[in-house]
Design a protein around this ligand. Structure first.
Ligand code: SAM
Length: 288
C-alpha cells in the first residue's frame, strides 16, 4: 500500500480491512491530520543522512513520512496485532525495520550502535501517553546517543518539561529534561487530530540534547534524589521536605547551613530553585 494514511477515511479503511480493535491500555490514538504530521517532520528536521527511531508506529501514519525523509527508520511497536498492518502500509519502503517489542525492554543504545555506528540519533514519535516519562528519561539516562527527541505528548506534560522555577508546573520532570536537553514546544494539537480522540489536549515538543551539560555536578544520581525529595512534598520548605525524605539522609541543620552558603533563604521551597542551585546544593549535601 503506497497511499498516505494521514486522513480519517484512509485510517478507517485500514482499521476495517484488518478488523483492528483499539487497545486503550496501549494509549492508541492515531494521527489523522496531515498538517500535524508535516509539523512533526519539520520540527524533527529529518533528512537523508538520518537514522530515526519511532516509538509506537500504530498503523504507520507517521512512519510513512519518516521513511520518505530519513535514511533509515526503526519502529518499535508493542501491539502484535499491528505488525501485519505495518507490513502492508509500509511495503513501499525498503528503509524500515519493524521491531515487535515493548520499547522499555529494547536496548536502544545497542540499536543506535548497530544502525548508526553509535552516532547521535533522532527519536520521533506520537508517544503512548501512559509511559511518556519513563520513555524520555530512559533515553537520556541510559546513555543512548541522542541528537533530538521530537514527540507528541499530553499538553500538560509538555508544559511541565518547558517551564522554569516558581510556576505550578515546575518540578522534577522540568529539571531532569532541562539537565539533558533544551525543550521547545512546537505546536499545540487538539483532540480532533486523532482517532479515537484523546480526552486531553496534546502538544509536539522538541528536546534538543545539550552538546555540553548546562551545569556541572559531582554526583548526578544524588542531585536527582535531592530533586525528587524536594518536589515530593512541594508545599513544604526545602529543609522540612529533605529532612522527611526516605531517599536521602540529611537533617534540617545541614540543609539550612547549605542554603545559607548559597545565599538562599532557610525557608525557601524547592519550587524556587534553578537547576544551577540544585546542582550547587547537591555538591554541598552529597555524602562524603
Ligand atoms: N504513531 C501512530 C500515530 O501517530 O498514528 C500511533 C501513536 S499511538 C499514540 C501510540 C502507539 O504506541 C500505539 O501504536 C501503541 O500500540 C504503541 N505502544 C504503546 N505502548 C508501547 C510500548 N510499551 N512499546 C512500544 N509501543 C507501544
Amino acid at each position: 500500500m503506497n497511499e498516505k494514511l494521514s486522513n480519517p477515511q484512509k485510517t478507517i479503511e485500514v482499521i476495517q480491512k484488518y478488523d483492528f480493535a483499539f487497545q486503550k491500555k496501549f494509549g492508541q490514538n492515531f494521527l489523522i491530520d496531515a498538517h500535524v504530521l508535516d509539523k512533526i517532520i519539520d520540527a524533527a528536521d529529518v533528512g537523508p543522512e538520518d537514522f530515526v527511531i519511532e516509538i509506537g508506529p500504530g498503523i504507520g501514519t507517521l512512519t510513512q513520512y519518516l521513511c520518505e525523509n530519513a535514511r533509515e527508520v526503526a519502529a518499535i511497536e508493542i501491539d502484535t496485532n499491528l505488525i501485519p498492518i505495518l507490513q502492508d502500509t509500509l511495503s513501499a519502503y525498503d528503509n524500515i525495520t519493524i521491531i515487535n517489542e515493548d520499547v522499555l525492554k529494547v536496548d536502544i543504545a545497542a540499536l543506535a550502535e548497530e544502525k548508526n555506528g553509535g552516532k547521535p540519533i533522532k527519536v520521533v514519535a506520537n508517544l503512548p501517553y501512559y509511559i511518556t516519562t519513563p520513555i524520555i528519561m530512559g533515553l537520556f539516562e541510559n546513555h543512548v546517543p541522542i541528537e533530538s527527541i521530537t514527540v507528541m505528548v499530553q499538553k500538560e506534560v509538555a508544559d511541565r518539561m518547558q517551564v522554569g522555577p516558581g510556576t505550578k508546573d515546575y518540578g522534577a520532570l522540568s529539571l531532569a529534561v532541562q539537565y539533558y536537553a533544551k525543550p521547545y514546544i512546537v505546536a499545540n494539537v487538539p483532540p480532533n487530530c486523532f482517532m479515537p480522540r484523546p480526552k486531553v489536549g496534546s502538544a509536539v515538543i522538541r528536546l534538543t540534547r545539550h552538546k555540553e551539560m548546562p551545569v556541572t555536578v559531582k554526583d548526578e544520581a544524588f542531585m536527582f534524589k535531592l530533586i525528587r525529595a524536594a518536589f515530593n512534598q512541594r508545599r513544604k520548605t526545602l529543609q522540612n521536605g529533605l529532612n522527611n525524605s526516605q531517599e536521602i539522609s540529611v537533617n534540617k541543620a545541614e540543609v539550612v547551613a547549605a542554603l545559607e552558603q548559597l545565599g538562599l533563604s532557610p525557608t525557601i521551597r524547592g519550587e524556587k530553585l534553578t537547576l544551577e542551585q540544585f546542582a550547587a546544593l547537591s555538591d554541598l549535601l552529597m555524602p562524603q
